[in-house]
Write a protein that binds this ligand. Structure first.
Ligand code: ADP
Length: 258
């Protein structure tokens, strides 16, 4: 199978902070790939580098053979990026925002109208299409951001905690949408703190810890890698990220608040 995304020896430093320490991953097309890790482990940094938004300090990422370092604009044209906190033009309406994106990505007017209608119906935001984005709830803004990132029919969708703020029905719809997208050979990479989402949605998971890969694989492979007797992803995650001794931590916390 064609490897969509090759991540080769990526390092990222912010001043004296080493955020990523030589990440190597091979992400095949047609799958949902989860990036998990504690706060500060480097998830956002890695996703931004993959999406061509942030330059690596060294190393490179290639998407369908195109180098992010050499051609970040080409990567952006085939990638949809959904940030953790949607950064949208508050004084535009969703329709105006989608029209703006359509002009950037040169999307045909009929295709645009069809896509807006289909997504707006699926995510139940039809009645907000002509409201100012600034007046919408966080969850509705998140849906607008998701639709905006999919409007140019990207090959690769990168979501940073992209299901935060969604109600259960919308989250379910997005999960099904992502499965449909990958069934058509596209690739979804997303970070999440929610183990249930990672467990039920991802074909492959990489666990980041302190800017390094602590484990990669499907659940069975991760379990083996962690040498874990625990069957669920949370137990594997805690084992790989060194936090398995939670009971002691919780005991001392309980002692201190008695
Ligand atoms: P995560 O998404 O897993 O929480 P991040 O990629 O946001 O992790 O951060 C990884 C490390 O890099 C953290 O130590 C964080 O404080 C640091 N970092 C992230 N962005 C910046 C920045 N713009 N300037 C300085 N340090 C940063």
């Amino acid at each position: 199978m064609l490897n969509t995304i090759e991540i080769n020896n990526i390092y990222k430093r912010y001043g004296t902070t080493n955020a990523l320490n030589g990440i190597n991953l091979s992400i095949q097309s047609g799958q949902i790939y989860g990036v998990l890790g504690p706060n500060g482990s480097g998830k956002t940094t890695l996703l931004k580098i993959i999406a061509g938004i942030l330059p690596a300090s060294s190393g490179d990422v290639s998407v369908n053979g195109i180098s992010v370092r050499e051609n970040p604009d080409a990567i952006k044209s085939i990638t949809g990026y959904i940030p953790e906190t949607p950064a949208l033009y508050e004084s535009l309406t969703p329709v105006e925002y989608f029209n703006f994106l359509a002009s950037v990505f040169k999307i045909d007017e009929h295709a645009l109208r069809d896509r807006i209608n289909a997504f707006a119906n699926a995510l139940e935001i039809g009645k907000y299409l002509d409201e100012f984005i600034g007046s919408l709830s966080f969850g509705t803004k998140q849906k607008v951001a998701i639709i905006g990132s999919l409007i140019h029919d990207p090959q690769v969708i990168v979501m940073d905690e992209g299901m935060n703020g969604l109600d259960p029905k919308s989250s379910k719809i997005i999960k099904e949408l992502l499965k449909d997208i990958t069934a058509r050979g596209k690739t979804v990479i997303f970070s999440t703190h929610i183990m249930e989402i990672a467990e039920t949605v991802c074909d492959t998971i990489s666990i980041l810890y302190n800017g390094n890969i602590a484990g990669t694989g499907n659940l069975a492979q991760l379990k083996e890698e962690a040498g874990s007797s625990n069957n669920d992803l949370e137990g594997i995650f805690l084992k790989l990220t060194g936090d398995e001794d939670l009971d002691n931590l919780l005991d001392s916390l309980r002692d201190s608040i008695k």
